[in-house]
Design a protein around this ligand. Structure first.
Ligand code: FPP
Ligand code: MG
Ligand code: MG
Length: 352
């Protein structure tokens, strides 16, 4: 992740605007109640913000689709990035980037309670620092603040889209927790769960960006497709990094999925090659030695490569959605379209 700050570095292109989104996020989670404020702002503090993939993707999408300024043809061409003097439309799109990040962090706070995680983003998990009760309430608080910002957009379609995301996050988590035996072994079930867990937030917030930009339905749909496929690719890579990376690189425990009983793509594919994995998946790797045995078989199988291929397929579909978008109307929009495509490649090569 990261990389050099070339003109096409997706993060560099929106860097200044991303800083103002981060700054607003820090301000919008402030409350007069010190204990709540401390907990709520934990993952928004400088250095604790993570990759900021969602806001980056959303700001790039807003720019990639933006029209040439009507005045540009007879006035001086304005090459300044949009954060210098954002239009009302742009401000609303920035709000979507903030809401999306707040929902994401809220889901991580709840997730770490459910998963009994001790680390996140290289820091102590909030639950490990302040306990489960405070972590859950901090997550609820972030959802509440996200809802207030969402309502302030006065756009019922966007409110519907992002509220549905919260429903999907909860559904994905419950699906993961309560799957029947046949579902535990099913790749289709895993992909459906992955859409709920990761794809929906990216897909629907991308769609919200296009909607707020006033784009016609086919463009909104391409934006949704981009977010959906990028989200799926991102999660498939996440699931393979769990097998191939170290805890120190990830900033969260490695082999965590197996250890918490979860069968993700690498082991589901491996089970097609080594059927002895199936009973282990069904008993959630809970016998002594299951985790080590499963890990070994996954590494002997094609599972990791097949997961990489699946991620690459979806990254390719995300890039295809960009290629079908209306031609960029400014040089900046063109760079942002290229950056959206570059993200689809970066997602595949990321190490954390
Ligand atoms: C991380 O997955 C977790 C999610 C992507 C979503 C979790 C959703 C909930 C806990 C439902 C509650 C939702 C809200 C909006 C409060 P992971 O555990 O596989 O990944 P990790 O390794 O990053 O922990
Ligand atoms: Mg987790
Ligand atoms: Mg989890």
């Amino acid at each position: 992740w990261g990389g050099q700050a070339t003109a096409l570095d997706p993060f560099a292109l929106v860097h200044t605007e991303l800083e103002s989104v981060s700054e607003r996020l820090r301000r919008s989670v402030f409350t007069e109640i010190p204990a709540l404020s401390t907990a709520a702002e934990y993952f928004f503090k400088l250095g604790a913000e993570g990759k900021r993939l969602r806001p980056t993707m959303l700001l790039l999408m807003a720019s990639a689709l933006s029209a040439a300024s009507p005045s540009a043809s007879f006035l001086q061409v304005d090459t300044r990035p949009p954060n210098v003097h954002p239009t009302e439309e742009r401000r609303r799109q920035q709000r979507v980037a903030e809401i999306s990040e707040m929902i994401h962090v809220a889901s991580l706070l709840h997730d770490d309670v459910i998963d009994e995680a001790t680390t996140r983003r290289g820091l102590k998990a909030l639950n490990a620092l302040f306990g489960n009760k405070v972590a859950i309430l901090a997550g609820d608080f972030l959802l509440a603040r996200a809802s207030v910002t969402l309502a302030s957009l006065r756009n019922t379609e966007v409110i519907e889209l992002l509220s549905q995301v919260i429903e999907h996050l909860v559904s994905g988590e419950i699906l993961q927790m309560t799957s029947a035996d046949s579902e535990l072994l099913s790749m289709d079930h895993y992909i459906k769960k992955t859409y709920f867990k990761t794809g929906s937030l990216m897909a629907n917030s991308c769609r919200a960006i296009a909607l707020l930009g006033g784009h016609p339905e086919p463009v909104c749909d391409l934006s949704w497709q981009y977010g959906r496929h990028l989200g799926l690719a991102f999660q498939f890579v996440d699931d393979l990094l769990d097998y191939t990376s170290s805890s120190s690189t990830l900033g969260k425990p490695a082999l965590n999925d197996l250890k918490s009983g979860l069968a993700t793509a690498p082991v589901l594919y491996a089970a097609q090659e080594f059927p002895e994995l199936k009973p282990m998946i069904l008993r959630k790797f809970k016998y002594d030695g299951d985790v080590a045995a499963a890990e070994k078989l996954v590494h002997r199988s094609q599972g990791i490569q097949m997961t990489r291929d699946l991620a690459a397929e979806h990254a390719g579909l995300a890039a295809e959605a960009v290629s079908k978008m209306p031609p960029a109307q400014t040089e900046h929009a063109e760079q942002c379209q290229q950056a959206l495509t570059a993200i689809t490649e970066k997602v595949l090569t990321r190490k954390k």
